[in-house]
Design a protein around this ligand. Structure first.
Ligand code: DGP
Length: 114
């Protein structure tokens, strides 16, 4: 699999503002925030995109999505609400080929995030 910028972030070769980390995921502030809070959550186990999660066990997929929710709680967004986005492929607007969930919130969001 081609190395992406998120592989380098995981390897600490590129600095980011980490907001949460455990054995399964790393969460950090997006470089180009689209909302007051805009965090990316990446699994430490690599997959290119949501489609490729079909090769994972249901337990690993579930763990990733549970951790996305956990990060939102950690950010204090669970009461006010938040938006989660996973872009897939060119038409989906995915610019980094390493599966990641966007968490957006901290303010009322309008429209759709792409
Ligand atoms: P997507 O378009 O769904 O593939 O989102 C990729 C996001 O990754 C985009 O919102 C910008 C963010 N991003 C890209 N490079 C970097 C980086 O070097 N540092 C950080 N913190 N975010 C990055």
């Amino acid at each position: 699999m081609t190395e992406t910028i998120f592989d380098k972030i995981l390897a600490r070769q590129i600095p980011v503002q980490i907001v949460f980390e455990d054995k399964d995921v790393l969460a950090f502030n997006d470089i180009s925030p689209q909302a007051k809070v805009h965090v990316l959550v990446i699994p430490k186990k690599k997959a290119r995109n949501l489609t490729e999660l079909q090769t994972w066990t249901a337990q690993d997929v579930g763990c990733f999505f549970q951790k996305v929710g956990l990060v939102a709680v950690h950010l204090g967004l669970d009461r006010s609400g938040y938006r989660t986005v996973l872009n897939t492929g060119a038409d989906g607007g995915q610019s980094v080929d390493y599966v990641h969930a966007h968490i957006l919130g901290g303010e009322p969001l309008s429209g759709n995030f792409a």
